[in-house]
Design a protein around this ligand. Structure first.
Ligand SMILES: C[S@@+](CC[C@H](N)C(=O)[O-])C[C@H]1O[C@@H](n2cnc3c(N)ncnc32)[C@H](O)[C@@H]1O
Length: 164
């Protein structure tokens, strides 16, 4: 993790964030050989650490210059895309074993209602392979709580898990 631009070194050289990424990863089980997509990845700590553990992890985020520099530096492949209500994500069906999203806040700009969440989770589940799982960590779930009733799921603290 050599960062050439000193302005950003404190963002990337954060042991705290690496520790958080490792904790999140260990909750996902053995990720070796798994195809992972991290939505709203930011710096890209989670896919970076996942790849160190033998996963094939990539990310999706909006094209934000700081994050772009960080993910490039960490060699995390990123698809640039703004998640919008009822717009499908730019991936084929059955592409991933695990899809994650930690504090991504993509639902806030357009104040998603339960139908937006149902649409989104349905789209996400279609991108997962057999036995795949979608894990979303969200501090204020809002209408996700209503939408979740339509799907198999479990909640642990602020983390919601949706198996395919
Ligand atoms: C608080 S950061 C979380 C970063 C990282 N997941 C973590 O836990 O450290 C929120 C991230 O979500 C992304 N994001 C917010 N709205 C989004 C949207 N509509 N589509 C895609 N990414 C979005 C932001 O660009 C940012 O990278």
């Amino acid at each position: 993790m050599i960062f050439k631009d000193n302005r950003f070194k404190y963002v990337v050289y954060s042991k705290k964030h690496i520790k958080i990424a490792n904790k999140r990863l260990s909750a996902l089980g053995n990720v070796t050989g798994k195809e992972i997509l991290d939505i709203g990845t930011g710096v890209g700590y989670l896919p970076y650490m996942a790849n160190k553990k033998g996963a094939f992890a990539s990310a999706l985020d909006m094209e934000i210059p700081l994050y772009k520099i960080c993910t490039n530096d960490l060699n995390v492949p990123v698809i640039y895309h703004e998640i919008m209500p009822k717009i499908p994500l730019p991936f084929e069906e059955n592409s991933f074993d695990i899809i994650t999203s930690y504090q991504a806040c993509f639902h806030k700009k357009y104040a998603w209602d339960d139908s937006d969440w149902i649409w989104f989770i349905t789209n996400i589940l279609s991108l997962l392979r057999e036995k795949g799982v979608f894990v979303i960590q969200i501090n204020k779930p809002g209408n996700l709580q209503i939408a979740a009733k339509k799907f198999k799921h479990k909640v642990s603290g602020t983390t919601w898990t949706f198996p395919k």
